[in-house]
Design a protein around this ligand. Structure first.
Ligand SMILES: [Zn+2]
Ligand SMILES: [Zn+2]
Length: 123
């Protein structure tokens, strides 16, 4: 029978203190989390300035999305499961690669000049 290889550092290093490990983990997490918040806020600031200036207006309109859904990431950042939904106007079935479904099919959204995702006015 093969002997499993056991890596035992006990003889080389002192056994780590579980309390100290927990303390380190909490502090590392706190630091990491705070850094992530800074990151999220800077991303959000960028989004808000894009929203204010409608910097990708042509592309946004081509995708039939209002400024809110296009720039705040509401549209892109939804969940990852496939979901079916019916267009609230014509009842056509639509399938989405996210859990965040559209309100209207593109045709109805264009016809009404509304955001296909949330149903808001386009501009
Ligand atoms: Zn429709
Ligand atoms: Zn919208």
């Amino acid at each position: 029978m093969k002997t499993p290889i056991i890596v035992n550092l006990a003889g080389i290093h002192k056994e780590p203190d579980p309390e100290q490990l927990k303390e380190n983990a909490i502090q590392e997490h706190a630091k990491h989390e705070a850094e992530m918040h800074e990151h999220y806020i800077s991303v959000r600031r960028e989004q808000l300035s894009m929203y204010d200036n409608d910097v990708e207006k042509k592309n946004r309109r081509a995708e039939q999305l209002c400024r809110y859904c296009y720039y705040t990431g509401k549209y892109a950042m939804a969940g990852q499961a496939f979901t079916d939904a019916l267009c609230v106007d014509c009842g056509k079935q639509m399938t989405f690669a996210t859990t965040s479904t559209d309100w209207l099919c593109p045709d109805c959204a264009k016809k009404r000049n509304l955001c296909k995702h949330c149903g808001a006015e386009m501009d």
